[in-house]
Design a protein. Structure first.
Lengths: 607, 86
């Protein structure tokens, strides 16, 4: 029995039989893996073997919330999802804010496992202890916004309580995402996994609440976390993550033209300030968030009139930087279309950028693009290509297969395919911040700036971590990854972590006040255990040190201009970084956790 | 006198209303002298500057000598928002 934080139940939904069952949550699992991402990785390890095809009934969708998800404290909004990715062919962990996770907790669940395949298209309603399946024939072909509106109206709840897959998933796009209202389980193609199970949407509607072990003390700590978040995140409230565009361009880290360079001459057209001046309408926040970083835009005139979305830094980086499109209205439009079709904006932008480079090299031509002049900077082409991918038209049909599909079609151009383990890179160039090379190379889900440990702040602030230094970066990235792993497992948004005291050296008592369990002093160890378990999963799925390598362009082409001019992540440097990292982690030279490391982390049963 | 190029990003730019300006300081001046001049010119509050990440020629000021970093002619000093990942 849990005193607070945890609901104490795992819901298992069997689509083959149309049944469901509830299992108790083992308290020992909480002590080892916390919840959220950690619990999801554990269940995945136990239940999804290396032989499982991502779009087969044997794959599972494992939604897990953390002890803080849904609790009366700031930004307790996150849900983690583990599944096998159709985009990478391997383990995927992805998370989303919004209202879905809190309502899973209000229904009484810490985890929901969806397995099998429904005999006909359905949507699933999770309403407290009642699990029901409803015919979804009328929802097929509809956009995520339409589905979320229809179901929220039909079942009287917020659209943000609905998680749905869009038309892109129905057409088999491997990076089709899951839209949780206007938030996303963005990366890796979880939308396609859901559709492969004949499920169009899941709705969570709970009437319960999250128990708190020591309410008075918890409320005081939550108020303090709210105050700190409000005072220290004014930039996020005012500008959102788009405020990084100008900074990254200034630092020479903003990938432009498929990572050919890292400065965009016309970057001021796509900054947070430009958003504010031209298209901003309102802020929006996730569940109980005092920051509300989403900056909603509406295009008031011109050829993209009527488009509306909330472009974040990564989306602007992918469409604006990588594709070199400086028409902000086109970026707002491409973002909106991705949300409607249910596409990951980051993979979509990175793949269009690659196609633009192949077009400019003459590898693909207008015959392949249906007449689209697919050059860098072409705003109309960007918008048309989003639809072409979602509807699998002409070259969009190839891009819909992700980096793996393109590598099969054009193996001689692998050097310019900007991915690690088949997941496209985010909008930070590792040649400009060497720690970021390890971030991407060793992330648990393929190239990822978050899961892999976002190092740019440390590489700018800390003397011993100069951005172009190799020494010491292994330990830095390990610490950042472990920290992110425990934060993702708690169920809060990383933007407010500082207010809670959840840093590389966690402090405070809020977890104890919530759960009655002594967890804070264990958090970094739990984070390390989670990260190591995720590596064990990857090793089981065939990953070796060779898969931690970066795209050839980063390792062979020095940056031609900007503040990082001349820098390249060559083999010698990167091998030095990787060896340093493996040593810091206690992994062998092939990137496998050693027996000693597994014993230290109480993971010996997971070999 | 030496000339420093100063660039503003995010919330602090609202106060300056310009993206970039050149500021002359006496040779041998440190970062804190430049900040003093900017406070006088733009009326920055201490809380606004405390929320800035100060970058000098692509390196964080805290990686150099902090407020005591000696400025050189042509240095580019940027006042950026606090970066925290996403």
């Amino acid at each position: 029995m849990f005193k607070g934080g945890y609901a104490g139940h795992v819901l298992r939904i069997d689509l083959d039989t149309g049944g469901s069952s509830v299992e108790p949550l083992d308290p020992k699992l909480v002590e080892k893996f916390l919840g959220g991402r950690g619990l999801a990785a554990y269940i995945y390890y136990e239940e999804v073997g290396p032989e499982v095809n991502p779009i087969s009934p044997e794959n599972k969708l494992i939604f897990c919330v953390g002890p803080l998800t849904g609790a009366p404290a700031p930004a307790t909004t996150k849900t983690s999802l583990a599944t096998k990715s159709p985009e990478t062919g391997r383990y995927l962990c992805t998370n989303a804010g919004g209202w879905f996770g809190p309502h899973l907790k209000f229904c009484g669940y810490d985890a929901v496992i969806i397995e099998g395949r429904a005999p006909r298209p359905v949507y699933i309603l999770i309403e407290d202890c009642n699990i029901s399946f409803h015919d979804a024939a009328d929802l097929l072909g509809k956009t995520t916004t339409e589905v979320n509106q229809i179901l929220s109206g039909r079942h009287r709840c917020r659209p943000e309580q609905v998680v749905s897959a869009g038309p892109a998933a129905e057409r088999g796009v491997v990076f089709a995402n899951l839209q949780a209202g206007d938030r996303s389980f963005g990366r890796g193609g979880a939308g396609l996994v859901l559709i492969s199970k004949n499920v169009k949407a899941i709705l969570a509607k709970g009437a319960g609440s999250v128990g708190v072990a020591y309410p008075k003390e918890f409320t005081a700590s939550a108020a303090e976390a709210t105050r700190v978040a409000r005072e220290t995140r004014t930039g996020h409230t005012k500008y959102g993550t788009a405020q990084y565009v100008g900074a990254m361009n200034e630092l020479g880290a903003f990938p432009v033209r498929n990572f050919q360079t890292t400065t965009l001459p016309e970057y001021k057209k796509i900054t947070a300030e430009a958003i504010k001046e031209r298209f901003f309408t309102h802020n929006k926040g996730c569940y109980r968030c005092p920051v509300a970083c989403a900056q909603y835009c509406y295009v008031k005139d011109g050829k993209f009139l009527g488009a509306k979305s909330d472009p974040e830094y990564e989306t602007i980086g992918a469409f604006g930087g990588m594709c070199a499109v400086t028409d902000l209205a086109a970026i707002v439009t491409a973002n909106m279309l991705c949300d409607e079709y249910g596409l990951d904006t980051m993979s979509t932008g990175a793949l269009i950028a690659l196609a633009m480079e192949l077009f400019e090299r003459g590898v693909i031509t207008e015959k392949d693009t249906g007449g689209i002049i697919l050059r860098f900077g072409n705003a109309e082409a960007l918008v048309e290509m989003v639809t072409a991918i979602a509807q699998r038209q002409h070259v969009g049909n190839l891009l819909a297969k992700g980096m793996r599909g393109i590598a099969e079609a054009y193996p001689e151009y692998q050097d310019i395919m900007m991915h690690v383990k088949w997941l496209p890179l985010a909008a930070y160039d590792p040649r400009a911040f060497y720690g970021n090379a390890l971030t991407n190379g060793t992330s648990s889900r393929g190239a990822c700036h978050n899961v892999g440990g976002w190092s740019i702040r440390a590489e700018l602030l800390t003397k011993e971590y100069d951005r172009f230094a190799v020494e010491g970066k292994g330990l830095l990235i390990k610490k950042l990854q472990d920290t992110r792993a425990y934060i993702d497992s708690l169920g809060i948004c990383t933007v407010v972590r500082g207010g809670y005291g959840f840093t590389e050296e966690p402090e405070g008592r809020i977890l104890e006040y919530l759960t009655g369990l002594e967890l804070t002093s264990q958090l970094t160890t739990i984070g390390e255990r989670i990260y190591t378990l995720e590596r064990l999963i990857l090793v089981r799925e065939g990953v070796t040190g060779r898969d931690d390598m970066l795209p050839g362009r980063l390792m062979r082409e020095p940056l031609p201009d900007g503040p990082a001019k001349g820098h390249v992540m060559d083999q010698a440097k990167y091998t030095g970084l990787l060896n340093d990292y493996y040593r810091a982690r206690g992994w062998d030279e092939e990137g496998r956790p050693t027996g000693e490391t597994l014993a230290k982390l109480d993971l010996v049963n997971y070999v | 006198m030496i000339e420093i190029i100063v660039r503003y990003f995010g919330p602090v730019r609202e106060k300056t209303a310009v993206d970039e300006e050149k500021i002359s300081v006496v040779e041998g001046s440190q970062l804190k002298r430049l900040i003093q001049l900017l406070v006088e010119r733009h009326g920055f509050g201490t809380d606004q500057l405390a929320q800035c990440l100060i970058v000098i020629n692509g390196r964080g000021a805290s990686q150099l000598s902090g407020l005591e970093t000696e400025l050189r002619n042509g240095d580019v000093v940027c006042f950026m928002p606090q970066l925290s990942g996403g």
